[in-house]
Design a protein around this ligand. Structure first.
Ligand SMILES: C[S@@+](CC[C@H](N)C(=O)[O-])C[C@H]1O[C@@H](n2cnc3c(N)ncnc32)[C@H](O)[C@@H]1O
Length: 372
C-alpha cells in the first residue's frame, strides 16, 4: 500500500481548513491548465513549482436548503447534496458497483497505467482504492465539493474543479486511463463530455464510463405503472432535464463513444435489483445494499432535483419518498435499475469527424502513418 499523506498539513496554522492550502493546479509537467482548478497540497510538494493562490473560504461556505447541505463552489450546478448522508449513499453505491463488477474497480484492460483521472470523484473512495491497487500510478480525482478525506495515499491527488468548464486543467493526450462513474444529474451535454474525456486520454489509453439509468423497471410486470416508484422515475427524469442535466437511457452512450473516436468499445449491462428479491445469492446481496442505499438516500437524490428542477414543494417530495419506501421493500415487486459500463480505447492515430471538425490534434508523431 502506498504511503499516506495529509494534504491539509500545510494549513495547520489558522484556519485549519483545506482552502488555505489549495493551489492552482499547475504541475511542472502540465502544458495547459485551468486557473479555476484548485488542488489540495501535499506537504512534500515543492511549492516553487506551483502558482500558489489563497482560495476564498467560499468553497466550504456550503449552501443549506430544505435540511440538506449543497456545494458552494459553482453553487447550484449540481442538484444533489454533499452532506454525510449523501456521502454514505455514494460509498454504498461504490460497494454495489464493485459487487456488480465481480469485485473489480474497473473493467478496462489496464497495463501499469501511469496517469489516471477520476471525473466527479465524490468521497474519493474510488481514487483512493485505485491508488492503493496501483502504487506506481498517479491518480487524480476532481470534484466540485472538497468532501474527500484528508489522509489519502501518496500517489492520489485531489482537486476542486468544475468539469462542465470546457478548459480542463490537464493537457490533452495526458491520461492512460480516464474513469467516470455515476455522473447522472451532473452533465449537461454527454456527447461533449465524452469527447472531452477522449481529448485528455492518451493515444492507446482507455476511457471507462460506469453509469446508472436510475429509472426503475421490472421484466415481469410486477412494478406497476401507477406505483410511486414509477411515478418517481418519470418525475426525476423530467426534473433533471429541466435542470439542464438530462439523464440518458443506458443505450445512448455507445454512439457517443463511437462519435468521439473511441475504438474497441466494450459495453456491459448490469441490472441492480432494488431489494433482495432475486434468488441468486450475489444479486440478493446486491439487493440488500441497494435497498439500504435507497431507503437512506432517495430523499437526498430527490429533494434538490424536484424542488429546483420542477418547483415541487419540499413537503411534496417528502410525501412521494414516504410512499416509495414500502414499495422499495416489497419483495413481490421485482424491480431493478440498469447500470452500463462502457470502455473505449483511443486509437494511436485518431482521425474522427468530430476531432477533425474541432481542429484538435491528438499527438501524432511526425512522419507517422496518418500523421497530418
Ligand atoms: C453521484 S456522485 C458520484 C461520485 C463518484 N464518481 C462515485 O462514483 O463514487 C457525483 C459527483 O459528481 C460531482 N460533480 C457534479 N457535477 C460536477 C462538476 N460539474 N464538476 C466536478 N464534479 C461534479 C458531485 O459533486 C458528486 O460528488
Amino acid at each position: 500500500m502506498a504511503a499516506l499523506r495529509d494534504p491539509n498539513k500545510l494549513a495547520i496554522s489558522p484556519p485549519p481548513s483545506l482552502i488555505e492550502v489549495d493551489q492552482v493546479c499547475q504541475t511542472p509537467t502540465a502544458t495547459s491548465h485551468n486557473a479555476n482548478c484548485l488542488q489540495k497540497a501535499s506537504p512534500s510538494d515543492d511549492l516553487s513549482n506551483y502558482d500558489t493562490t489563497s482560495i476564498t473560504a467560499s468553497i466550504v461556505d456550503y449552501e443549506y436548503e430544505n435540511g440538506r447541505r449543497y456545494h458552494s463552489y459553482r453553487a447550484g450546478s449540481y442538484p444533489l447534496p454533499n452532506d454525510e448522508q449523501e456521502l454514505d449513499r455514494i460509498d454504498l453505491k461504490h460497494h454495489i458497483m464493485r459487487l456488480l463488477c465481480s469485485g473489480h474497480l474497473y473493467i478496462a484492460p489496464l497495463d501499469s497505467p501511469k496517469r489516471i483521472l477520476d471525473l466527479g470523484t465524490g468521497t474519493g473512495i474510488w481514487p483512493i482504492e485505485m491508488g492503493e491497487q496501483h502504487p506506481g500510478s498517479e491518480v487524480h480525482g476532481v470534484d466540485l465539493s472538497p468532501v474527500q478525506p484528508n489522509w489519502v495515499p501518496d500517489n492520489v491527488h485531489l482537486a476542486i474543479d468544475d468539469i462542465e468548464d470546457q478548459n480542463w486543467c490537464w493537457p490533452d493526450n495526458h491520461f492512460d486511463y480516464v474513469h467516470s462513474r455515476f455522473m447522472l444529474c451532473s452533465i449537461s451535454n454527454w456527447k461533449r463530455y465524452i469527447r472531452k474525456a477522449f481529448q485528455h486520454t492518451k493515444p492507446g489509453g482507455y476511457f471507462e464510463l460506469q453509469e446508472l439509468d436510475c429509472r426503475f423497471s421490472s421484466d415481469d410486470g410486477s412494478l406497476r405503472e401507477d406505483s410511486a416508484i414509477s411515478y418517481w422515475s418519470d418525475a426525476i427524469t423530467e426534473a433533471s432535464a429541466n435542470y439542464n442535466r438530462p439523464i440518458p437511457r443506458y443505450g445512448e452512450y455507445y454512439d457517443w463513444f463511437v462519435q468521439a473516436g473511441f475504438v474497441d468499445i466494450k459495453q456491459v449491462i448490469l441490472k441492480s435489483p432494488t431489494n433482495p428479491w432475486p434468488k441468486d445469492p450475489k444479486l440478493k446481496e446486491i439487493g440488500r445494499y441497494q435497498l439500504l442505499a435507497h431507503v437512506e438516500g432517495i430523499e437526498g437524490v430527490s429533494m434538490g432535483l424536484l424542488t429546483r428542477g420542477s418547483q415541487w414543494k419540499a413537503e411534496e417530495v417528502s410525501v412521494l419518498v414516504a410512499k416509495m419506501k414500502p414499495e422499495l421493500k416489497d419483495r413481490a415487486v421485482h424491480s431493478y435499475q440498469t447500470n452500463v459500463v462502457l470502455v473505449g480505447r483511443k486509437p494511436e492515430f485518431p482521425r474522427t469527424p468530430d476531432s477533425m471538425k474541432d481542429g484538435l490534434s491528438y499527438g501524432w508523431k511526425k512522419g507517422a502513418p496518418g500523421a497530418p
